[in-house]
Each structure stands twice: as C-alpha cells, then as structure tokens.
Design a protein around this ligand. Structure first.
Ligand SMILES: [Zn+2]
Length: 411
C-alpha cells in the first residue's frame, strides 16, 4: 500500500487529558477516531490490526471445534427477566422501547440469547456437545469511560458458549478453551498471566482469568519476585513467604463454568440417555477483542511509538523511499517483495526523511526498509529491526530471504 494514497492520519500532537500510553499512541498513529468519551471508530490501520487479531482468535476457536455464529445486538428484555439479570445488570444496560412498544436492550453480553437459541434447537443428548462463538459489539452504559479502548461504552468481544450433557463434557470443553486462549494470547505477542478467579456476576463456580501487566490496568495482582509468580492473595507470597509487589493488570480474557444457572432459569432442557429431561450444562468464554489492541500496545512500545508483534502488525515492513528519483525503484522492489508474500507500507510521500522515519517508528511495523543513498551506490537496502533497533544492509535477494524467514507466515 502506498502511504500517499492511504488514510493514515498520523499526528505529532499529543491529545490533552489522555492518560494511557496505548491511547496516546493509538490516536497519534491514526488507528482510532474518538467520537465522544468511550465511543471509538477504527480507522483503516486500526481496523486492519483488529482483523488480524480476530483472525488469530477464529483460527484457534475453529481448531478447538467451536462454530462461529453472529447474534443480534438488539435483545428483547423478556429473556433477561427469566434470569433476573434485567435487574442485576440494570445500571449498565442500554435499554429503550421501540415504536411498536417492545422493551429492548443493546446486548451487554449474550448468555440469555444463546441459551434461548439452544433451547429452541437442541432437544437430545445426541445433539451435544456443541460450542458456539461470535465476534461482536457489546454495549454498556459505562459511567467512567477511560484509557481509550480499555473501558468503553461500545466494545468488541469474542464470546463462546459450550453446551454439554455431562459435567465431564463441560470439563473437557473448558480445558480445550483454556488451551485455545493460551495459544491465542501467545500468538498475539502478549506476556499474560492465567489465574483462577472469582466469577462475579456470571454465576457458576470455576473460572480463569487472563491478564496482562500494564501501568493503566484496573485489576490488581501480587507478584512474588522470588517465585516469579503472580498471586491473587494480598500479603505475603503463599509459596515462600516473601513480601509481594502490587501489580496493575489489564483483564484480556475470562472463562467460566456456568453449570446450569442459565439453562435452569430459561428451561433449556434436553433428553438424556435414560429419557429424563435435564438442563444443559454450560460454559462461557470471553475475550475482550478491542481491548487486546491497547493491551498489546501497552506492553509493546517505546518512546518513539508502537512495536507490533509480527503476527498482528498492520504490515510486515515500512519501505521508506528517500527522494523522488528512487520512487520507481521503490515500487518495483515492493512488488517483488509482495510477490514473495510480504505486506508493505511504501512511504513514497513528498516528506522529509525525518518525518518518514518518525512515522515508521510510530506506526511500528516490524521492519523499516530504507531505499536511499546506500542503494544508489551499492544497490543495498538498509533494514532496521523495530524491536531491537538492529541495523542490516542487504541486497534485494538477501532482503527477500530475510523477510520470508522472519515473517514466518502461519496458515
Ligand atoms: Zn514466592
């Protein structure tokens, strides 16, 4: 993609009253547009990253046997009355009455809706187990939107739900999801912590939380420097007794064994092998998809900008073309590199070298390729590795091999 033709509104201005590093960098690098506090649009570069994150999630969910669906954002209030969550979630729910007099809400979550879908379509143990998931926008009347995409009124979640005939089936699916989550977060380049958690408003009794350490996190864990482990318990480390350090964390995923809380309340019953009717046994599995973007930036950035992990980077490399005389060479080189599978942002704008280098560092693609003086004299392309700052000088042939080896395209 040519920078001159792209819609990437980078800015050097740091917006006022913005606290989180990830929020500042997302706005400066033209990923987001803030319509109002807690309400964001994804601009093309931000959307490109979001899609890459979503596809990593899809890959691992599908591999674990989950099937993707897409539920309505509008939900009738009757289904919420069945579980009583019309009251417990009343404060955060965005509710209204339409012109036909229907009481509706914009879904803050989808347990009730998915339970209705399964209730109307699953009748026998022979149809179980099943895992369904979606990637969708959720809505919350958030009283304190903060930290950019970390706490918003409208956010994208991946929510999965498992339905089983037996507790052993639930356990099996729960373990599958636990492993899928670890694979997803690892592939997104996140250093995450898994803890057993308190299941709060979701009900059920077993849950695991996935968290990333960050200055703007709103969850707290206690880190033992001796055992190098994070604990939920305050006070001394339960393993070695050493005094722990308080760490702020961002929650990026949460999985729950719901049991029959929703299926009992909504009478989602199935016939078991003995002919008895029982409530379906459920699990639910959430990932804050739009939250992964700031979580990745918080932990993958420096004072110059973002350092995207290669799996979620908008492009494999930024090709900085210095001088109008080299533009046609730059275009030919980018075509050659794209043929070998690399994706490139070609910066052929009529801007100073300083502006181009600053934008390349800010946008944070894994490699900056520089077509400049060195190319004119020795036919070599300078390569700068964003994460390490390491510099190389490569011929076209060497560069192609380097990019193929380092971008390591996964299926
Ligand atoms: Zn310890």
């Amino acid at each position: 993609m040519l920078f001159s033709k792209s819609f990437i509104p980078t800015t050097r201005e740091i917006p006022k009253d913005i606290e989180a590093k990830s929020h500042i960098l997302a706005l400066r690098s033209g990923l987001l547009y803030m319509a109002s506090a807690g309400i964001y649009s994804y601009l093309p570069l931000g959307y490109r990253i979001l899609k890459r994150i979503e596809n990593i999630i899809r890959k691992h969910m599908d591999a674990a046997g989950a099937q993707e669906l897409f539920m309505s954002a509008l939900q009738p209030m009757e289904i919420w009355q069945k579980t009583g969550r019309d009251k417990t979630l009343a404060e955060v729910m965005i509710r209204f009455r339409d012109r036909r007099g229907r009481d509706l809400c914009l879904g803050p979550t989808h347990e009730e809706m998915i339970t209705e879908i399964v209730k109307k379509n699953v009748f026998s143990y022979k149809q179980l187990p099943v895992i369904l998931y979606q990637i969708q926008t959720k809505f919350r009347d958030e009283p304190r939107p903060r930290f950019g995409l970390l706490r918003t009124c409208e956010f994208i979640m991946k929510d999965a739900y498992s339905f089983d005939a037996t507790e052993a089936g639930l356990e099996e699916n729960y373990q599958k999801m636990l492993i899928a989550y670890q694979n997803i977060f690892t592939e997104c380049g996140l250093k995450f912590v898994t803890t057993e958690a308190d299941s709060g408003a979701m009900g059920g009794n077993v849950s695991h939380e996935f968290l990333v350490e960050a200055a703007v996190g709103e969850d707290i864990l206690y880190y033992c420097p001796q055992c190098k482990k994070y604990n939920k318990a305050e006070g001394k480390c339960p393993a070695c007794g050493k005094v722990t350090e308080t760490k702020t964390m961002i929650e990026i995923g949460h999985i729950f064994k719901l049991g029959t809380k929703y299926s009992s309340a909504q009478e989602a019953l199935f016939l078991d092998q003995t002919g008895a009717r029982n409530p379906v046994i459920m699990g639910c599995y959430g990932i804050g998809v739009s939250r992964l973007l700031p979580a990745i930036i918080e932990t993958n950035s420096d004072d110059k900008g973002i350092i995207w992990p290669k799996e979620v980077a908008p492009f494999d490399a930024t090709l900085v073309v210095l001088g109008a005389a080299l533009v046609s060479e730059g275009l030919a080189l980018s075509q050659e590199l794209e043929k070998s599978g690399a994706s490139l942002l070609v910066d052929e704008r009529n801007e100073s070298a300083g502006v181009k280098f600053n934008d390349a560092l800010l946008l944070g693609n894994p490699f900056t390729l520089i077509l400049g003086k060195n190319y004119l004299s020795s036919k070599k392309i300078d390569v700068e590795i964003r994460r390490s700052g390491e510099k190389l000088s490569l011929t076209r042939e060497e560069l192609i091999n380097f990019l193929i080896a380092s971008t390591d395209k996964r299926g």
